[in-house]
Design a protein around this ligand. Structure first.
Ligand code: NAD
Length: 285
């Protein structure tokens, strides 16, 4: 550990992702865990985050007030809930700490809090921090641009039984990538629920199907179905470590970056421009 190590705070440190992040930080050079929080009333308050994560004592205790931890942080990694992420974004902007946000199920107004914070700090916001999914999004956008709307697009996803939002943030991000490829307005063509007498499938629709059960970490298929053929682009995550590894890589990448909203394409060098200025139209696309 050196003076130059990045100080990372994990909020929601008792969560499935939070524990994985604590373990990943312990295994990564160039950074250290400088604080850990969880919600008020959590049984994890007062416990050592390293012990909970199975990587040994860190000498830290999980606290329920994020303000003092964030005040000392270079970067905050947040995989919690939308309401918590909105609050953490405000605190990060006040403290000048970068934010790596992984929470899904954020509404447009929740996302607004991230864009506001990004006027002051680098904010990385990705529905999925795995390298494979980041590449898949690019492939889906390209396929959608090539195949046009005589191919029906359906996004199928499955996650573990504890997941609280549907369709998954990743499924929606894949659908948005397909809509971008087609130059379509995602909100106008999105069909997330089909039940009863739905009538025939309208051309241009992007459909979603959600499966929940067991301990599935995350599976996504984007299906392009036409008369005579189907192209299926898919990804299966078998360990949460892929998300934690991507998020810690993103945290290290924030060092020296300008305020703005970034995603995993920036972190992996798949974009050629620096800070992204999100327009009002793009925010709601
Ligand atoms: P989880 O329920 O296991 O963990 C969430 C943790 O956040 C819990 O410990 C909870 O107590 C804590 N929390 C809630 N409110 C809080 C607050 N106000 N302050 C501090 N901590 C608080 O859930 P999970 O499976 O770890 O997923 C968390 C989020 O991350 C979900 O939105 C999930 O969809 C998302 N996720 C994103 C990716 C990605 O790559 N972007 C990958 C996996 C999960």
């Amino acid at each position: 550990m050196t003076e130059q190590d990045l100080n990372i705070v994990v909020v929601g440190a008792d969560g499935r992702m939070g524990r994985m992040l604590v373990a990943e930080i312990a295994a990564t050079e160039g950074c250290r865990l400088s604080g850990a929080t969880d919600r008020e009333g959590s049984p994890a308050i007062g416990q050592d985050p390293g012990v909970l994560a199975g990587v040994g004592e860190t000498g830290l205790k999980i606290i329920d007030d994020p303000a003092p931890a964030i005040a000392e942080a270079d970067v905050v990694i947040d995989f919690t809930s939308p309401a918590a992420t909105v609050n953490h974004a405000r605190l990060c902007a006040q403290a000048g700490a970068a934010l790596v946000a992984g929470t899904t199920g954020m509404s447009h107004s929740d996302e607004e809090a991230l864009y506001l914070a990004a006027r002051h700090i680098p904010v990385i916001y990705a529905a999925n921090y795995s390298v494979g999914i980041t590449l898949l999004m690019n492939l889906v956008e390209k396929a959608a641009a090539t195949l046009r709307d005589d191919y029906d697009i359906e996004v199928l996803e499955m996650h573990h039984r504890h997941k609280v939002d549907a369709p998954s943030g990743t499924a929606l991000a894949l659908g948005k990538a397909a809509a971008r490829g087609r130059k379509a307005n995602h909100d106008a063509v999105k069909q997330a629920v089909r039940d009863g007498h739905t009538g025939a499938r309208p051309k241009g629709e992007i459909g979603y199907a959600t499966l929940r059960g067991g301990d599935v970490v995350g599976e996504h298929d984007v299906i392009f179905a036409a008369e005579g053929e189907r192209l299926i682009l898919g990804h299966k995550a078998s360990a949460r470590r892929v998300f934690a590894g991507g998020a810690v890589r993103a945290a290290l990448w924030t060092k020296g970056k300008h305020p703005g909203v970034y995603d995993m394409n920036d972190v992996l060098g798949l974009k050629d421009h620096e800070a992204e200025t999100i327009t009002e139209a793009e925010r709601h696309a």
